[in-house]
Ligand binder design. Structure first.
Ligand SMILES: [Zn+2]
Length: 159
């Protein structure tokens, strides 16, 4: 359990909203927001895998957006907020493009437990925490008060 600021919580709540929109669209419940050092929201996205491309995670999309649109110094001071901790692919992309802090609402461990309870087959990628994939990235999470809502989104997505 992690204490976060009111501003962090506001961005995380937007991530949960994006995750809910993803479920409504037939995608998986993940949403992410990229925020600059001044607190301005620069970009946001949600999971878009239902079209058949399983790499369309929001954290990956934001890393590529940042590489295209932000100079390195601005990437380094930006924060990515996300409803679920980055998978190894997205943690690697985040680190390769030199983005800053990550604040996640729920952890890889929580997700694994929920998906097992829901009978979802194991993912083809090891469920490694960000710290193991990109040890230089400063991470904050999980945030306990958002866990129930996000667990419900996964239950709805896999009903
Ligand atoms: Zn991912």
């Amino acid at each position: 359990m992690t204490d976060v600021s009111a501003e962090d919580l506001r961005h995380l709540r937007r991530c949960v909203q994006l995750a809910a929109e993803a479920v409504d669209a037939g995608d998986e419940p993940f949403g992410s927001v990229l925020v600059g050092a001044d607190g301005a929201v620069l970009a946001e996205d949600r999971n878009r895998v239902s079209g058949g491309d399983a790499t369309r995670h929001p954290e990956f999309a934001l890393a590529r957006w940042a590489a295209r649109n932000l100079p390195a110094a601005q990437r380094a001071t930006a924060t990515v907020y996300t409803s679920g901790e980055h998978c190894p692919m997205c943690a690697a992309a985040h680190a390769w493009v030199g983005l800053g802090r990550i604040v996640f609402a729920t952890s890889v461990g929580q997700l694994g437990g929920w998906l097992a309870e829901l009978g979802v087959p194991a993912a083809p990628v090891a469920p490694l925490p960000i710290a193991q994939v990109a040890p230089g990235v400063d991470t904050v999470g999980p945030v306990q008060e958002l866990a129930g809502e996000i667990r419900d989104l996964h239950a709805r997505a896999h009903a």
